[in-house]
Design a protein around this ligand. Structure first.
Ligand code: PMP
Length: 361
């Protein structure tokens, strides 16, 4: 087998032990006489899988009992569209702090169902920094304040999300959940597509304070009603059971590895290694994000000469380093360093970058 170090922003690298377990149960799950893919989500076998995944996620992220944990289909984008329907009155203001592409997307998805306002934006500076708290213009009547914890494309990350005052903070943690300890109680809601740090694509986690679930929101179909979903244990309809199962395996793996404190340590080391290589390259490579706002999870970087991009990518692939091409919005390169990426992978990337510079400098 020749698995490369996969720097994909998502769907992203999964831990090999998780893939091996998933492979085994793909054929036969426990004593079910069938694959995990072939059993009912209402049967005791899957109900136990779902409950264990939730219990383990609660342990991993220290989620208090006054928060519900929902597992939904439709990705983080669908959550973005459903936030105003569930948590804002018709026409009510909702404040968005926009620090990159995904903050803009969240605003766009909310706009049809709320008075979605830009409370602050760092777009004028090319999203190379975070909008400072002093510049946030919050609406007195806002249903919530939305922030993006980590911008997957622009590579900017809030390390300490500021307090938003009286309105509940809702945070998109799609690309940084479980990468370090998190104080859930600072937030009204946290959501994350699983395909970066929590497992496979096809399932999204929403952690929501129960008093928000009591809000009337707006007329919506029951399937889009988070209160109804919470009451039905996220099984109003057939959930993405395979994805839920693999998410559970991934969460269990993170607990076995030492939990979020251990991943915080590993992620800090990995990011420091790569940024040091970029900053120490004498301008051959560059990252344009303000140092205090640099993401530990997604590191966009540019070669001094974009004409070398294609050679960089093809030679990286030969060296066992894949999915380094930057997002089309920015160009250049991007290395995503989620929990499943070992430090050895980042060391291999840094070694390759130095060799490439020597060869093509
Ligand atoms: N928010 C962030 C921060 C993301 O990185 C992404 C996907 N890369 C999304 C939202 C959208 O997620 P999905 O594709 O699961 O809808």
């Amino acid at each position: 087998m020749s698995r490369a170090y996969n720097f994909s922003p998502g769907p992203a690298m999964l831990p090999e032990p998780v893939l091996r377990q998933a492979q085994a149960t793909m054929l036969e799950f426990g004593d079910a006489g069938a694959s995990i893919l072939e059993i009912s989500h209402r049967g005791p076998g899957f109900i136990a899988v779902a409950a264990q995944a939730e219990a383990d996620l609660r342990t991993l992220l220290s989620i208090p009992d006054d928060y519900a944990v929902l597992f939904t289909a439709g990705g983080a984008t669908t959550v973005q569209a459903l936030l105003p329907l569930n948590f804002a009155r018709p026409g009510q203001a909702a404040d968005y702090v926009v620090s990159g592409h995904w903050g803009k997307t969240a605003l766009k998805q909310a706009a049809p169902c709320a008075d979605a306002r830009i409370a602050a934006s760092s777009e004028a500076g090319g999203f190379r920094d975070l909008p400072s708290r002093a510049a946030w213009r919050l609406s007195p009547d806002a249903a919530y304040v939305h922030v993006t914890a980590n911008e997957t494309i622009h590579g900017v990350e809030w390390r300490d999300i500021p307090d938003a005052g009286s309105a509940p903070l809702i945070a998109d943690f799609s690309s940084s959940i479980a990468s370090e300890p998190l104080d859930v109680t600072k937030f009204g809601a946290i959501y994350a597509g699983a395909q970066k740090n929590l497992g496979p694509v096809g399932i999204t986690v929403l952690i929501v304070r129960r008093d928000l679930l009591a809000r009337e929101g707006q007329p919506r179909a029951p399937i889009f009603d988070y209160r109804a979903q919470a009451n039905a244990d996220s099984m109003l309809n057939t959930p993405p059971s395979w994805n839920w199962y693999v998410l559970g395996l991934t969460v269990k793996w993170m607990l076995d590895e030492g939990g979020v404190t251990e991943f915080a340590r590993r992620n800090a080391r990995k990011a420091a290694l790569l940024y040091a290589a970029i900053d120490g390259s004498g301008g051959y490579y560059r990252n344009e994000v303000a140092p205090a706002a640099r993401s530990r999870m997604n590191v966009p970087f540019f070669l001094h000469d974009p004409a070398l991009d294609a050679a960089f990518l093809s030679q990286a692939k030969l060296a066992g380093l894949v999915a380094l091409k930057g997002h089309r919005v920015l160009g250049g390169m991007r290395a995503s360093l989620y929990n499943a990426m070992p430090e050895a992978g980042v060391q291999a990337l840094v070694d390759f970058m130095q060799e490439f510079q020597t060869r093509h400098g």
